[in-house]
Design a protein. Structure first.
Length: 914
């Protein structure tokens, strides 16, 4: 018989209608115990995630997946024991599953490849030069379906994101199905807030132990000092704000009496004085009757808000304050909102005391002062986002691949940056790029759903059936929901933390809590849905099928996540090893890492991070073997000499040196060198691995460059592989370093015209390599020809290049170009051009001429601090200390917060006394 026909509804889950039969009582108790176990497993799972590098590593996703499956199975057992049907799946779970469905569609073989659709990239015409995948037979190349042909730009990352979306959908359903009692609600919220408090305390303690990275040391790759276990402070702030909202809800719950429901049209006739007096009396009575749990709940809110401030995340601090304001505004009554601001003001004062006690107040205020000019500091991000959103023209509906942001956006970047954006640092942009407009709609819809549920709970006025029932706490949880959504909406604009398993899992748990409270409404609000026809008879069966399907889908992703978790430690260790100062002792783990990564490649052939790590490890072993082979017998290279040699023998550096040696060595020596390189390449085939990886993952430009450099070193480069280098201009049009290296390889192979194309694009996106390019250009051109090809086209850039370059062959030519450019900008120079004109006069003419120019500029632009600083420093060099002191005083007038004037004046006064 179908489950749905005989099973009881949720409204009568724990009613005593069994007539006191022992079997029914036992079933009820066992069901309740299983539901408790399910909630505790779900809470423990979500509580574990932030300790795993903030939920950013594969192990966190594996823990989320396994823990969620276990909790879901316990919930199903509870329903099976008590013979109860499942309620309608929550709408939030359908929205989360919609996100998973987008990723599944992106992975389907009938989807066109992501690369073939990048028609609005910076150089779409160069796609034809991408490395082409071939079969094992080199005589009969056959086009194969491989990761490069996927509808996702990084299919391995997309599969893991799909698993995470499914896991949080299961988690939401599980909490909503298992939560039915007030004590369960208090325990769930209490445990999650206690976990957040513990992490906050340890993180604050870590701030005072400079350089300590204990909570994240096993997995962190970068050298940044994290906040607790979170590498990114914005991620930490977002996660803490989720738990701070829960703490607010918990505090209202444990304080007993809920605030009255909002939107009452009556203001009564009491005066403001009466309201304030009544509030003071009520507060005095409440304080006098506080118990330990109530005190701890308030301290938890203060502690978590202090933690948000201690992250020094501007978005987090603003979102935290907004969270409190929204709590007050959600009362929808002017006087009650103002009265609620009183405890919130006390809360902020308590946080300030905490910050002062920990000596963090100065740092927090300094960080907040940067909000005066947020656009200028965030210009790099804004430009990156505008470039990345160009992919929306090619992937408007479903996006370019979940988790593939780092690779999918590279072909659209028009401006060089100092770092590679693995994430967008903007959850909205990231969702839009990876999942398209449909994904953004589902993501925003999930947020709007939680907001709507929270508002509905706040506004409902139906009487509760019991003071111990979930429904009696609807306003407290509604307040927490409003606070959470307000804070996350702000943080998401400057952070990608919602996509982390830790934050997303916590939000899913709270969404389940909201759903459970909504389901607990007393009749008639909780009436069963009016399904009709055959579907109504089997609604219980459909509920079971849905839950079984979710658990099965979650189980199907476990092997993939296990493999990702298995290989991640080797990836971390290899990245640490190769980025640290090189020593022989430090390179000893290379063989073991090689073995681990090679074994993992069989299970994850399309993982871009794994491929790149394996190529780097093999190349490092090749380089180490070459250094040892070239060293004199019995005298291994060590110490600084080893480090210098290691730096010289990079893939591109080795190719350059080998070609230079082949031109200047005797044929016998050349043959001996060639034999050595071939034997090492046979033992450590990193160039073959790089070439194969570039065919599997063509959107990783570094693999193409490394493969070409290795082939040049071995003398096996051909026209086809040289042609593949042109694809770097498609895959990484703003990657100045790769473009610069491609130009060097083209010059080595006597392709100067291709080198010009690479180098012009490199200097167009970044000035970082212009001096290097000018120096290397002398291999193929005269100084005048090199300047004609690669000299800056803008006056300030020309002066900076002339001041920085050490090659005397370019000096006169650059100054001549600068003078010609000055004639075109002299009437209306920019601030940067005025400053560089000063530097030019100091270098080419005299300090007096520079001072005269500065004085003329300051008459029109007296607030230009850089010119004032240059004037003061020039006067000091000329021995005019009194005038220099006066100039620093004027500097201080325009920027009183800067410590530079006071320190300079003190130094000048001491110099005068001597």
């Amino acid at each position: 018989m179908p489950f749905g026909v005989r099973f009881k509804s949720r409204a009568s889950a724990f009613s005593a209608n069994s007539g006191g039969k022992p079997r029914a009582k036992f079933s009820s108790r066992l069901s309740l115990a299983l539901e408790w176990s399910s909630l505790l497993v779900a809470t423990a799972t979500v509580g574990t995630l932030p300790w795993l590098l903030g939920g950013a590593i594969p192990q966190a996703r594996l823990v989320l997946q396994v823990g969620t499956i276990a909790a879901a199975v316990l919930t199903m057992l509870a329903r099976l024991v008590s013979r109860r049907a499942f309620a309608i799946p929550p709408l939030g779970s359908w929205l989360l599953l919609g996100m998973a469905a987008i990723g599944i569609v992106q992975l389907q073989p009938w989807m066109p490849s992501a690369i073939s659709r990048m028609n609005h990239a910076v150089h779409p015409e160069l796609r034809q030069d991408l490395p082409q995948p071939i079969s094992g037979s080199t005589t009969n190349p056959v086009r194969l379906r491989n990761p490069a042909d996927s509808g996702s730009a990084a299919p391995a990352m997309t599969r893991r994101h799909v698993a995470q979306w499914i896991a949080v959908a299961v988690l939401l359903c599980t909490v909503a199905d298992a939560l039915s009692r007030l004590d369960q609600l208090i325990w769930v919220l209490g445990l999650m807030c206690a976990n957040a408090s513990l992490l906050t305390i340890l993180s604050l303690q870590q701030l005072f132990d400079t350089g300590n990275r204990g909570l994240s040391e096993p997995w962190i790759i970068s050298k940044t000092v994290p906040f607790g276990s979170f590498v990114n402070p914005n991620n930490a702030a977002g996660w803490l704000l989720v738990h701070m909202a829960m703490a607010i809800g918990l505090a209202v719950v444990v304080w007993g009496k809920n605030p009255a429901s909002g939107w009452s049209p009556s203001f009564h006739t009491r005066s403001w004085r009466d309201h304030m007096f009544a509030a003071a009396v009520s507060m005095r009575q409440r304080i006098a009757s506080l118990n330990n749990i109530q005190i701890v709940s308030v301290v938890t809110v203060v502690l978590l808000l202090t933690g948000v401030a201690a992250t020094l995340s501007r978005a987090g601090i603003v979102a935290g304050i907004s969270c409190l304001v929204v709590c007050a505004a959600s009362r929808m009554q002017l006087r009650k909102s103002l009265l609620l601001l009183v405890p919130f003001s006390i809360l902020l004062a308590s946080v300030s005391i905490f910050l002062i006690a920990f000596e963090l107040d100065t740092l927090v205020l300094a960080e907040l002062t940067t909000l005066k000019d947020p656009v200028s500091e965030s210009t790099n991000r804004l430009l990156h986002w505008s470039d990345s959103l160009g992919s929306l023209r090619d992937f408007p509906l479903l996006g370019s691949g979940q988790g593939a942001y780092a690779w999918a956006t590279l072909p659209y970047q028009r401006r060089g940056g100092s770092s590679w954006f693995m994430n967008a640092d903007n959850q909205y942009v990231e969702i839009l790029v990876e999942s398209g407009l449909l994904g953004l709609g589902l993501f925003a819809g999930f947020g709007m759903l939680l907001t709507t549920l929270s508002i509905q709970l706040i506004l409902k006025k139906s009487p509760a059936r019991s003071k111990h029932n979930l429904w009696s706490q609807r306003i407290a949880i509604g307040l927490a929901g409003m606070a959470m959504m307000a804070s996350q909406a702000i943080v998401a604009f400057f952070d990608f933390g919602i996509g982390l398993s830790s934050t997303l899992g916590a939000i899913a748990v709270f969404a389940g809590v909201l759903t459970a409270i909504q389901r607990s409404q007393p009749s008639p609000f909780n009436a069963l849905p009016r399904w009709q026809g055959w579907f109504a008879l089997d609604r219980g069966l459909w509920g079971w099928i849905f839950r079984f399907g979710l658990v099965a889908a979650a189980c199907g992703s476990v092997p993939e996540l296990q493999q990702a978790d298995h290989i991640y430690p080797a990836i971390v260790q290899s990245a640490r090893l190769l980025s640290a100062p090189v020593t022989r002792v430090g390179l000893e783990p290379l063989p073991l890492l090689d073995k681990q990564l090679t074994a993992a490649l069989k299970h994850c052939p399309d993982d871009p991070l794994l491929r790149d790590s394996l190529v780097d490890v093999l190349e490092a072993r090749f380089r180490l073997g070459l250094i040892d082979a070239l060293a004199p017998p019995g005298a291994p290279v060590t110490g600084p000499q080893f480090q210098n040699t290691w730096t010289l023998f990079t893939p591109v550096g080795l190719a350059d040196r080998v070609m230079l040696l082949k031109k200047n060595m005797e044929p016998a020596s050349v043959k001996e060198l060639q034999t050595l390189l071939e034997s090492l390449a046979e033992k450590f085939p990193w160039h073959k691995m790089a070439r194969h990886a570039s065919r599997q993952i063509p959107l990783a430009p570094g693999l193409v460059v490394k493969a070409a450099a290795g082939s040049i070193s071995l003398g096996i480069i051909d026209d086809a592989q040289l042609g593949e280098l042109r694809a770097v201009r498609f895959t990484s049009p703003a990657g100045a370093r790769w473009l610069y290296q491609c130009g060097i390889l083209c010059l080595i192979e006597n392709r100067p015209q291709q080198a010009v194309e690479f180098w012009n694009q490199a200097v167009e996106v970044s000035e970082s390599f212009r001096i290097n390019i000018l120096g290397d250009a002398l291999r193929a051109w005269t100084p005048d020809q090199a300047l004609e090809l690669f000299a800056p086209r803008e006056y300030a850039a020309t002066i900076r290049t002339g001041l920085s370059i050490s090659n005397p062959e370019f000096g006169a030519g650059l100054w001549k170009i600068a003078e010609a450019q000055w004639l075109t900008v002299a009437q209306h120079p920019t601030p940067d051009q005025r400053l560089q004109r000063t530097n030019y006069l100091l270098r080419r003419e005299s300090p007096e001429a520079a001072l005269a120019w500065i004085d003329d500029c300051l008459v029109e632009f007296p607030e230009t601090l850089q010119l004032r600083q240059t004037r003061a420093e020039t006067l000091e060099k000329l021995g005019k200390l009194d005038e220099a002191i006066g100039e620093w005083l004027r500097y201080e007038y325009y920027d009183a917060a800067s410590p530079l004037p006071a320190a300079s004046i003190k130094r000048l006064l001491e110099a005068k006394d001597k």
